[in-house]
Design a protein around this ligand. Structure first.
Ligand code: CA
Length: 373
């Protein structure tokens, strides 16, 4: 089997209701999908997380000519080849996001050609249902009303875990966390995410104020560049720490894991290096007894890739405790998540049911896709 073409799809959509987090305000969504065609009739889809323009150039102009003619089933060999070609200029960032998209598409093809769902090719899943947590509670003008509505909706959908945004300043954050805790009730697991808005001393101060509200994890409390800062926060709080969506490859994750800066490692499959590298990061994390729960904030393609990876990832410690088996289920407005596939993953009572079709198991709705290009 040979790769005959790589096509880049840049998707853009304006949001009906803009929302904000600690770093900026979203008025539109944008993502990059990669479609890989073969001479065997199989096609594969991947997604890159990050700014579309440089990613489109990286995939379309730099990497595509290198992979046309190669067998997409040689996933490890192709990963090494592409990383070796780019390591001098970009060990992290855009070039890795581009490799990630290609790698996901290669795995999609490999599993389609094998006639099995991707998670099975990766090693299989212990359960057919994957419990998720709802990511929401972003800041908006009428956040009080919005939070109550969101809480009611998530409970109705069967979520028993939710994640909210913080990082707007200590006092405001404490108020917001109280509001969400009150809205979701005492039994729902509540995580909070600062998107690296704080220095260690402020993150610790916030953590101490909200510790009595039973926080499941504190995500990106400090800069992703500050491993010592993570360790300082960890030493001073009982709340577990999560992070890693801004980190890349096993080489980037290794010091965070070895030094136990994280309790939950969150590689994004669409930027950390794809399925191939995600599995290596998960192996490393298992050595250090650290949970892996992928960051997933993209389209249906990236979300599904994360689901297959999560289902099949190596685990440590071995447990049946449900709170350790949670994957991100973004609930913010995103038409690329909800409208570009003809057979969305079945979601029921706070859980995804693993797709049983070959490959990623989703069919792209080309007409819907074209509407966003
Ligand atoms: Ca996050």
């Amino acid at each position: 089997m040979k790769i005959t073409a790589v096509r880049v799809h840049t998707l853009r959509a304006a949001l009906e209701r803009p929302f904000a987090f600690s770093q900026w305000r979203f008025t539109r969504r944008e993502t990059t999908l990669v479609e890989v065609s073969t001479d065997a009739g199989f096609e594969g889809w991947g997604e890159a997380y990050g700014p579309s323009a440089p990613i489109a150039a990286a995939v379309g102009e730099f990497f595509s000519p290198l992979v046309v003619g190669r067998d997409p089933r040689d996933t490890e060999a192709l990963w090494d080849f592409l990383y070796a070609r780019s390591i001098d200029y970009g060990q992290k960032g855009t070039l890795l996001a581009a490799i990630s998209a290609l790698d996901i598409a290669f795995w999609d093809i490999k599993a389609r050609a094998a006639g099995v769902p991707l998670y099975r090719l990766l090693g299989g899943a212990p359960t057919e249902k994957i419990p998720c947590y709802a990511t929401g509670f972003y800041y908006s003008e009428d956040y009080e009303r919005a939070f109550r509505q969101e809480a009611a909706r998530y409970l109705e959908l069967g979520f028993d875990a939710v994640k909210m945004k913080v990082g707007y300043g200590l006092e405001r954050d404490v108020g917001l966390v109280r509001l969400v805790r009150e809205a979701v009730g005492p039994r729902v697991r509540l995580m909070m995410d600062a998107n690296h808005a704080y220095d260690p001393v402020t993150a610790i101060a916030l953590g101490r104020r909200v510790e009595p509200l039973e926080i499941g994890w504190f995500e990106e409390p400090v800069s992703p560049l500050d491993v010592e800062g993570y360790l300082e926060v960890k030493r001073n709080l009982a709340i577990p720490l999560a992070g890693g969506e801004c980190e890349y490859t096993r080489f980037g994750f290794e010091p965070l894991l070895r030094r136990r800066a994280l309790d939950y490692a969150q590689p994004d499959l669409c930027s950390c290096g794809g399925i191939s590298e995600g599995m290596k990061i998960a192996v490393l994390a298992s050595v250090y007894n650290i949970h892996v729960t992928p960051h997933a904030w993209g389209s249906a393609v990236g979300q599904t890739a994360a689901l297959h990876f999560y289902a099949a990832r190596p685990r440590q410690p071995f447990t049946t405790t449900p709170e350790l088996r949670l994957i991100e289920c973004d609930q913010t407005e995103n038409p690329f998540r909800t409208r570009i596939v003809t057979n969305p993953i079945r979601f029921q009572n706070g859980c995804w049911h693993l797709p049983e079709g070959p490959g990623l198991g989703i069919q792209i709705d080309r007409q819907a896709l074209a509407g966003f290009e």
